[in-house]
Design a protein around this ligand. Sequence first.
Ligand SMILES: Cc1cc2nc3c(=O)[nH]c(=O)nc-3n(C[C@H](O)[C@H](O)[C@H](O)COP(=O)(O)OP(=O)(O)OC[C@H]3O[C@@H](n4cnc5c(N)ncnc54)[C@H](O)[C@@H]3O)c2cc1C
Ligand SMILES: Cc1cc2nc3c(=O)[nH]c(=O)nc-3n(C[C@H](O)[C@H](O)[C@H](O)COP(=O)(O)O)c2cc1C
Ligand code: SF4
Length: 658
Amino acid sequence: MKPNAGDGIFWEASQEGFVFEHLLQPGRIGKIRTKNRIRFAPQITNMCDPETGEVTEREINYLVEKAKGGAGIVTAQGGYVQPLGKGYPRQMAMDRDENIPGLRRLAKAIKDHGAVAMSQVMHVGRLAHPKYAGLDELPVGPTAMEPMIPRFEPCRELGREEIREIVRLHGDAARRGKEAGFECVDICGINGYFIHSFLCAWSNKRTDEYGGPVEKRARVLIEILEAVRDAVGADYPILLRLNATDLKNGGSPEEEYTRIALMCQEAGVDALSATVGMYESDFPAITSDIKPGQWLYLAENWKKAGVKVPIMMAYRMNRAEVAEKAIADGVIDFWEMMRPLMADPYIPQKLVEGRPEDIALCVACNYGCFVAAEASQACTMNPRFGKEGDESLLIKPAAEKRKIMVAGGGPAGMEAARVAALRGHDVTLYEKGDRLGGQLNLLATTPNWEEWADVAKYFMTQVRKAGVKVELGKEVTPELVQEERPDKVVVATGPIPDIPLVPGVKGKNVVTVFDVLAEKVPVGKRVAIWGGRHFAVYTADKLAAQGKEVILATDLPNWGRGISPTIIIGYKVRFRMIGINAMRDATLDSITDTGIVLIHKGEEKVFEVDTVVIATVQRDRELAEALGVGKDFIAGDCRAPRRVFSAVHEGYAAGLKA
Ligand SMILES: Cc1cc2nc3c(=O)[nH]c(=O)nc-3n(C[C@H](O)[C@H](O)[C@H](O)COP(=O)(O)OP(=O)(O)OC[C@H]3O[C@@H](n4cnc5c(N)ncnc54)[C@H](O)[C@@H]3O)c2cc1C
Ligand SMILES: Cc1cc2nc3c(=O)[nH]c(=O)nc-3n(C[C@H](O)[C@H](O)[C@H](O)COP(=O)(O)O)c2cc1C
Ligand code: SF4
């Protein structure tokens, strides 16, 4: 087993006849039987009614897709137990009996599609935004504190009566879930939210019975478990999501969470989900530098300490073979996923059908799923995310078979070709290079992004399986199109370098980012990179990892633009540690034989370097214009340089229209 090897685990797995017998065996949580060991973890989708928190058809369609995809358990998003505990503008409500009919429709829809329906009760405590519930109040927590993260507000300290009221409200919300037909309830004890804020020594400085030693900090949780048990009855399964580590200096030690897990077992939980980190963690838990399965040791510690109820775990568990092994080894009992099932809701079904190579992999790009609270979520790998009810986005047979030429074998071209071929067209994909993948092949050579190579392999496999003819080493030109006479051309030829018009730019010491990443040109010991977007930043990281001295300079107001905040934080820390000099708001004045001249903060700065890497790119409309191709059939970076997200989504749309 080589998790994260970046060389096609899924192919390896399928070729070796890897079977997922442990993942696909039935499971049990309390009295509930599940058809397999796969749970869709709760996800605030921001798809419910912003005023009332009512479940919408969109939310139902979203979760039904997870059930159709074969997950044994589908969990609804965290439902707020009181308006003061609402954290997101379109979060689901479970605070009033009026919510029950909507919840009932949701639970029924999940069950009708073959999954166990689980609700989640949630109070986000000090991380709430009461304004989303129309309240002009401060959020609440165990101890008054200022927010560490600017988008949150200061919180005020709760009185003991208020705590008891919130405890009771958890029970009420769980009872509503049960009345609505959900078959189990998940209690949200993670992430710095209400319950976790009491458990965590960093946020709980109380001196009464709810603060101090771990037994007292855990009191609120035990009371909530009791309140929920009272509300749902003796044999109704209760699952608790409990942090296993805070990843925070000043947070509670992992041993304390192990003790809390045992206390909760004693108090009657039927299953535990071990979770990792919190908003204010010192480093992120689910970025691509975390290897699949890296956090499993936490679940293992709980097992070794005597936890007997089923344990499940998500957090960068994106690879079925890692989960299969973890269950086979007895480390966990269920595989939880949120983002991987966002990217591909049909993972369980593909495992049942023995085709893991068809899984669209979530590589933790964190683009689309981590968006501002007010924004709509989306997913790089799944153009149908959040639009599951939109029939026009389904791949259906075309009215008539056409001859389609697709120019460019990057993600945009491969996705367009795949979709068009699945619709029954006669599709040929042309790639002027010697292999498919486009920039994914370059991106995958940068540190911690090796899994993009698996994404490239996924697309290649899909192209092959869909019956697309592939012509490598063949550039699409107007002459070729003239010769082939296709009914339609999709142009997905990627970007071209945007070479700044400054003195010295044609020098021998000046190279492009693409040539550097493809290792087509030598790079000296001292390097200046001109550019500030993802490819510039990741190239800086790669060259620094090779032992080079790197300067990164951009005219953008921030370097790292377009990189998720969850990811850029790590680069900022690392660049400081390894000494990459990263400058923003700079002007490229000129390049000399021995270096680069920048204007920065009104001053001229000269840096002696051996190589200057131009890492700015622009769109390439030449072929599309020469062929008169309309906007709908120009996909990806050749339209405007952006991301895999736009490439896949525009490729999908072009394939549907072709
Ligand atoms: C180092 C690096 C880091 C990046 N980081 C990220 C990131 O973190 N997140 C993210 O989402 N994106 C990232 N990107 C960008 C992402 O890879 C691109 O947005 C995406 O690959 C664009 O896909 P595409 O299919 O439009 O173009 P490309 O991937 O560029 O593919 C275009 C293909 O067309 C071929 N071609 C060109 N002209 C012709 C022709 N006339 N005939 C036939 N073939 C032709 C090219 O050879 C190429 O293979 C990064 C890119 C790099 C290089
Ligand atoms: C957008 C988003 C919404 C989430 N909503 C919830 C939630 O409502 N309740 C909860 O317990 N966890 C929530 N989580 C945490 C996930 O369930 C999951 O534990 C986390 O994303 C790590 O797992 P993954 O690597 O499979 O995505 C959310 C995470 C994200 C990114
Ligand atoms: S946007 Fe990226 S990280 Fe988020 S679910 Fe999709 S593939 Fe995964």
